[in-house]
Write a protein that binds this ligand. Structure first.
Ligand code: 26W
Length: 864
């Protein structure tokens, strides 16, 4: 007999958080249904008041639940079930174990009236869900045994899952790590975003060139989502605004929109690790308000009849695959306003009591703006408070300034979004008016503070007239946000000094730093079981939720036996990767090679081209006889990188890497020494296999360009050494692991600024460095392109006559650092000692620590 009530469900036992029974409810914890419907109703409707009881944490209990889901949920017999049927049924079954706490979490959150963190992000790079859900619930062994008894292999089903690629790279993955940490820290959080029908494109290579394929991730169903069409929100667009006098004679402005769509929420569970908490990720999908026009249909114009539907659906159709250069498309602005408008209205109308006084909103929610993409939320909240709730402007502004905080994730000027006022006037006319009013108020303050300094007011204006009249979203976020933070110490300093200097001078206390972090659940516990076992045996299991405890490994760096076991772990991970790459991409990983890995989005500032120059130089020296092959450390260079479809130079770099890879593989003189592996479609799932196998982590961006990096943290935590510049979080990694355990090279940020100020001539560097010259000449020679000398021209010409990110300038320092790597790697025991020290000293880079800093210094919210 299943009892369903809304009430507190106490923890039965630490490792069985999800097993609850009705009679364990303390008397005074009677559920709200009784409060709502009275004790008499509760007595006569036990089903309505019973607790949500998750299925029993036993093999039998699981099998019963799984078969019920397979037969009655998916509607198939076990004997006829496809792997996808089995996977969908398993996912649903595991979701049942989470649901009890999920529903409970929502009720307690609403009833307790606690302050919630609302994470607004246009991207979430979640990765596969099944493994993480089994980890969080502690169900893995039960499920494995239960499935076995049904003749099903768990890893076969895990491989069936298509990862939701609802993000481009760093920013999207960080959002996923952050919501995982907030759930594990028991902090009530709602992640708001967009349920793109098509995520980040699937990358394929045709003749070495990137070809994008649509990512139809929903085609086989998505068992982890819970749609709530009944909670759809109407979102308006277009039209005009007007002045009017309201019922009490007050002159007001209002929006007269010309079209609208519906936002349908899809809930996803965000389970905490072994703490029974399940937070919500609420992703919005666009639908036509009026799906189908029967009159038009009957008039025979079928396409016209459904035009509204397709038009509306377009809004959440596909993720924009750019991760640095906004294309400024109107549809992108529609996407941003769509999910923000849905989220704000949804929170105010569904999470707060009907009679809640919105002057107290900052006590119930803090919205974190994940870069500038959701910043239109600022004028939207003002519109809701002033236009709809008739709040006084200044009161509304005071509320708004306490409800938002802004994180900037970039340093590239071209990545800072600006929206032309013309486009805003057409799509969101009332919001433009509100932005002007916010700007007027702000500039009034600035002029008072700096009388007569019109240039400063012009520099700080949210609205710029150059090169066209547009709204600078980073300025709006900074003016409205209670706090502005960068994502690594160096980045936050450059934000203050170079990106927003006027604002940090005006509001020094508003600017802060929270260095990024990564979740140890997915990127160590789940991705690196071999290493997890060694760590658990050595220091216990507490590190998974308290990563600073990795420091207890420090003494074992001096233990030869532990070092040997560490090398065995790395070798096992390399073997696992080799198996995957041959099956997935037909790539054969030679044994015993130093695994030199560079995986991240393809961008010139990340300098994959400089990595290529190192490979070319080594290869050139071998085939020219300049160096004795016997002295060369056998290396496999692994690349993983997607290029934004419109980013030409990035695509040329991909082509060059693949051409070099093919030539080296076929060159008997070198293919036992140098291998280039470039598996296509780098994503979270591939990262989970690649990172634990790596020896060397390439973090070689031009100093001052990479805001933080998070891959760098994942590699160090999985026992790889970093070769890197003093950029982003590399600086903090080096400070923590020590100079002896980090291979630093290249110019520092001030040196870069100095060189750029003095003027930089890459061709001169080429001329003055014979090794570099020979490497580039070989690239240009047609050697990698069947003699076609033009094929590499775009890249070669850019490096010689542009080289915006100084790859040639840092080349010499880089190859000297690489020679040091060869030297270090020649002594595997010394290498693994350094690698173990990297692990022991990088517990700081847990996203749990990042979240604790946001909670204390930005959100002023706390765990339940
Ligand atoms: C097209 C508009 C656009 C512009 C910027 C889309 C996406 C972006 C993101 C901010 C780019 C991004 O992912 N930045 C990365 O964010 C990570 C998380 O903080 C950092 O670790 C990386 O250094 C940064 O490049």
């Amino acid at each position: 007999m299943i009892h369903v009530i809304e009430g507190n469900i106490p923890n039965v036992s630490e490792n069985q958080p999800f097993a609850t029974t009705l009679d364990s409810l303390p008397a005074d914890e009677t559920p709200s249904v009784e409060k709502r419907f009275g004790p008499e109703f509760a007595a006569t409707h036990p089903l309505a008041v019973g607790p949500v009881v998750s299925p029993p944490h036993s093999v039998d209990g699981f099998v019963k639940e799984f078969l019920r889901e397979l037969n009655f949920g998916t509607g198939v017999l076990l004997s006829r079930a496809t792997v996808n049927d089995q996977y969908v049924a398993l996912a649903r079954t595991v979701a049942h174990y989470l649901a009890a706490r999920w529903l409970e979490g929502g009720r307690t959150r609403r009833e307790a009236g606690v302050k919630v963190v609302g994470y607004l992000s246009a991207e979430y790079l979640l990765g596969r869900q099944l493994g993480n859900a089994l980890l969080a619930t502690g169900l893995r062994d039960i499920v494995e045994e239960g499935l076995e008894s049904c003749g099903i292999n768990l890893s076969t089903l895990r491989a069936q899952e298509v990862e939701p690629g609802l993000g481009n790279g760093g920013l999207g993955r960080l959002a996923a790590c952050f919501i995982d940490s907030l759930a594990t820290l028991n902090v009530p959080c709602i992640g708001y975003g967009i349920r793109y029908e098509y995520g980040i494109f699937r990358q394929t290579f045709v003749d070495g060139r990137q070809v994008e394929q649509p990512d139809a991730w929903l085609s086989l169903g998505s068992p982890w989502e819970f749609p709530h069409p009944e909670a759809a929100v109407q979102v308006d667009f277009g039209g005009t605004t007007e002045e009017y006098v309201d019922e009490d004679g007050t002159p007001r402005r209002r929006w007269l929109p010309s079209w609208n769509v519906l936002g349908v929420p899809y809930n996803y569970m965000v389970p905490g690790y072994h703490n029974g908490r399940v937070n919500t990720l609420r992703l919005w999908s666009a639908q036509a308000t009026k799906a189908f026009d029967l009159q038009i249909f009957n008039s025979g114009d079928y396409a016209e009849a459904v035009r509204a539907q397709t038009f509306a659906e377009n809004i959440s159709k596909v993720l924009y695959p750019e991760d640095s250069t906004p294309q400024g498309r109107e549809l992108r602005l529609q996407q941003q306003y769509f999910f923000v408008a849905c989220s704000l209205r949804d929170f105010i109308e569904r999470e707060l009591p009907a009679d809640f006084d919105l002057h107290d909103l900052p006590e119930r929610i803090i919205f974190q703006l994940n870069d500038t993409h959701p910043v239109i939320a600022v004028p939207e909240l003002m519109r809701l408070l002033v236009d709809e709730r008739k709040m006084d402007w200044d009161e509304a502004w005071a509320v708004t300034q306490k409800c938002f905080a802004y994180t900037c994730h970039t340093l590239l000027p071209e990545a800072l979004e600006v929206w032309p006022t013309e486009m805003l006037a057409k799509l969101l006319p009332r919001h433009l008016e509100i932005i002007y009013q916010i700007n007027d108020g702000f500039l009034r303050e600035v002029r008072e503070a700096f009388p007569g300094d019109e240039m400063r007011a012009r520099r700080m204006s949210i609205v710029t007239d150059y090169p066209e009249r547009a709204v600078r979203m980073a300025y709006l976020a900074t003016v409205a946000g209670a706090k502005v933070n960068g994502v690594a110490e160096l980045h936050s300093q450059l934000l203050r000094d170079k990106v927003l200097p006027d604002f940090s001078e005006y509001w020094p206390e508003k600017f802060t730093n929270v260095t990024n972090g990564v979740t140890p659940r997915r990127f160590i516990r789940l991705a690196n079981w071999n290493f997890t076992r060694l760590i658990n045996e050595t220091i216990g299991t507490g590190w998974v939720t308290d990563l600073d405890r990795l420091a207890e490994l420090e003494p074992y760096a001096e233990d030869p036996e532990f070092r040997a076991r560490f090398r065995q772990v790395k070798a096992a991970n390399k073997e696992r990767l080799a198996k995957l790459l041959v099956a997935r991409d037909g790539i054969v990983l030679p044994e015993g090679h130093l695994l030199d890995v560079m995986v991240k989005r393809l961008h010139e500032y990340k300098r994959q081209s400089m990595k290529l120059l190192h490979i070319l130089s080594t290869y050139e020296q071998i085939i020219s006889g300049a160096i004795d092959p016997a002295t060369v450390t056998p290396r496999t260079f692994v690349f993983g990188a997607k290029a934004a479809p419109g980013y030409k130079m990035a695509k040329e770099t991909i082509f060059a890497i693949n051409a070099v890879a093919a030539t080296l593989a076929a060159d008997e003189r070198t293919n036992h020494l140098l291998t280039v592996a470039f598996p296509a479609n780098y994503n979270v799932t591939l990262a989970e296999k690649l990172i634990p196998a790596a020896d060397l982590s390439e973090q070689i961006s031009l100093a001052g360009k990479e805001a933080s990096g998070t891959g760098n943290m994942k590699f160090a935590l999985n026992g790889a050494l970093t070769i890197g510049t003093d950029d982003g979080a590399n600086v903090e990694i080096r400070e923590l692991v020590g100079d002896d355990n980090f291979i630093l090279f290249g110019m520092s940020e001030p040196e870069v600024a100095d060189l750029q100020a003095r003027g930089y001539n890459p061709a001169a560097v080429y001329e003055s460095n014979p090794l570099l010259k020979r490497a580039i000449d070989l690239l240009a020679s047609g050697h990698f392109t069947e003699g076609n000398r033009d094929a590499m021209n775009p890249l070669v010409m850019d490096l010689l006559y542009n080289d915006r990110f100084l790859a040639l300038a840092d080349f010499q320092s880089y190859i000297e650092a690489q020679a040091k790597v060869d030297e270090l790697y020649a002594d595997p025991d010394a290498w693994s000692r350094k690698a173990i020290l990297n692990v022991a000293r990088t517990g700081f880079f847990s996203s749990d620590r990042s979240m604790r800093e946001y909670l204390d210094r930005i959100w002023h919210a706390k765990a339940l």
